[in-house]
Design a protein around this ligand. Sequence first.
Ligand code: ADP
Ligand code: MG
Length: 259
Amino acid sequence: MSKSIEVNDLNVYYGDFLAVEGVNMRIEPRTVTAFIGPSGCGKSTFLRTLNRMHEVIPGARVAGEVLLDGDDLYGPGVDPVAVRRQVGMVFQRPNPFPTMSIKENVLAGVRLNNKRISKSDASDLVESSLRGANLWNEVKDRLDKPGGGLSGGQQQRLCIARAIAVSPQVLLMDEPCSALDPISTYAIEELIGELKSEYTIVIVTHNMQQASRVSERTAFFNIDGPGTPGRLIEFNDTGALFTTPTVQATEDYVSGRFG
Ligand SMILES: Nc1ncnc2c1ncn2[C@@H]1O[C@H](COP(=O)(O)OP(=O)(O)O)[C@@H](O)[C@H]1O
Ligand SMILES: [Mg+2]
């Protein structure tokens, strides 16, 4: 179920503004890849191009290729909704539907895809997705209660359950722990460690310790200054990127000299 992503010469625009320039990168299946870099260098922008969420912003577009196991996500006739089913996304702020029940939150993506699903299949999917997100034991007795009643960390795991309920091949996470307390952060990090046996995971994080803890590969992005495009500066095994970076800017960033 896990797929590779290959990015070739990708430029990402907001109207005339070139926000990210010339990215070439291969993301391996069943691995966690972290994106790090100073604020504004285009991590979120680039991440959103990997499931065609970027183009929902008016005027936003890309040039170049993003291949999912060799198939161009931006090829002619490719349905962006089908892309997003294969490449799920979890955001910075947990965004469950607050008044919708926990159960219906898990099923929301499936229902959006117009999949008919029997009552018993729905219950099985709710349980397996919540188990997959390490949330089942905490919510199994309150599945019909609103998702908004959960703690922040539980809401984020509910969003992960919703994302995995549609059986994606890739999970994109944009600073998924930045709104969470340390205990919830730990729970999400543990979960990422488990999910990587089934999914290709890409996580944006501003926390370098987190990148070291959860990822095998790390990509460092940077910008020269305001108004200039973000670029991929260095991409390597996480240990190597943090201990023996080959580019001065990477070393400056990972040693805390800027950003
Ligand atoms: N919706 C948008 N419209 C126009 N410009 C945007 C939009 N979102 C982000 N940008 C710009 O793109 C650049 C990269 O931003 P972003 O991807 O959010 O960086 P990061 O996630 O690394 O902090 C910034 O210059 C930012 O102002
Ligand atoms: Mg961001």
